[in-house]
Design a protein around this ligand. Structure first.
Ligand code: NAP
Length: 269
């Protein structure tokens, strides 16, 4: 792994993703939406994956109206999808594009914040399923399309609570630890036998619905907009990270440490 690579330093060129086909889960909202727009702006053909088609259609129209490469929509509810849904998505993607150059696993759910002793078991299963198992299943069906690319990149979305345990973050934290592990295992498996690299990226604090749910008392105005964090995503999804695999990166520097309760409110999830 190239340890000198830091996606935070990357300034994307206007047509950096020209000719690349990039699929993004959870594209309808929050960070996924911002990254989808940024990828299209930098000339990628984006596949918008999500469960709410109306949001994806709006985004598709916005990309079209701006004159960027036309996107496509792939409805997929990661909580409910069965094998046939994954296969259909992979078949449609291969038929239309013939390959996949980038896959961003961005969709995720928070579940509840609660001590392990009292954590609701069905919620635990739901969070682990959407955040980990569905990402695994989608990756698995898309590996053949990724292998057809001359330079493909898979990016899993992690979190600071997936690197060091934090009380009450329950299934969400454990799911992000799992995502880090999944990225490492897959990176090793694909090294040397394909041109597919695999990394994890922690966006850090971002002004989204998930952040609001995790920190209801926080002044959201102090939290960076998702649009300000897209450079590192482009760095990892595009040619800038060629040869970089098995890493776990940050999209922003950790906020300055503050005392007591303020420090947990300033934490990245
Ligand atoms: P968000 O605004 O809540 O967006 C989450 C996205 O995931 C939405 O597009 C949502 O689709 C999609 N999603 C949820 N359940 C789904 C399902 N069953 N099937 C398909 N899509 C589903 O969250 P965000 O803050 O942008 O988070 C994006 C990623 O960054 C997550 O992996 C999160 O863990 C990570 N992260 C966020 C922060 C932060 O401060 N925001 C910090 C660290 C890590 P709908 O629109 O249909 O609900």
């Amino acid at each position: 792994m190239d340890t000198a690579f830091d996606p935070r330093r990357h300034v994307p060129a206007p047509a950096e993703l020209h000719g690349r086909v990039i699929a993004i889960t959870g594209a309808g909202e929050g960070i996924g939406r911002a990254v989808a727009l940024a990828c299209a702006e930098h000339q990628a053909q984006v596949i918008l994956i999500g469960r709410k088609v109306a949001k994806l259609e709006k985004l598709h129209a916005e990309i079209l109206a701006r004159g960027w490469p036309e996107a496509s929509i792939a409805p997929l509810d990661l909580e409910k999808a069965v094998a046939r849904d994954y296969d259909q998505l992979a078949d449609a993607l291969l038929e239309r594009y013939g390959r996949l150059d980038g896959l961003l696993h961005n969709a995720g759910i928070l579940g509840t914040l609660a001590p392990i002793e009292h954590y609701d078991v069905p919620t635990w299963c739901r969070v682990m399923h959407v955040n980990v198992t569905a990402a695994f299943a989608l990756t698995q069906v898309l590996i053949p399309a990724l292998k057809k690319s001359a330079d493909a990149s898979v990016v899993f979305t992690t979190s600071s609570v997936g690197r060091a345990g934090r009380a009450y973050w329950g299934a969400y934290a454990v799911s992000k630890f799992a995502v880090e592990g999944l990225a490492q295992v897959l990176s090793e498996e694909l090294a040397g036998i394909s041109h597919v690299r695999v990394n994890a990226l922690n966006p850090g604090r971002a002004r989204t619905a998930m952040r609001r749910a995790a920190y209801p008392a926080e002044d959201l105005e102090s939290v960076p907009l998702p649009e300000s964090l897209t450079g590192p995503y482009i760095a990892l999804l595009g040619p800038a990270s060629q040869g970089v695999s098995g890493g776990s990166f940050d999209a922003q520097s950790a906020p300055a440490a503050a005392a007591g309760a303020a420090s947990s409110a300033a934490s990245s999830s």
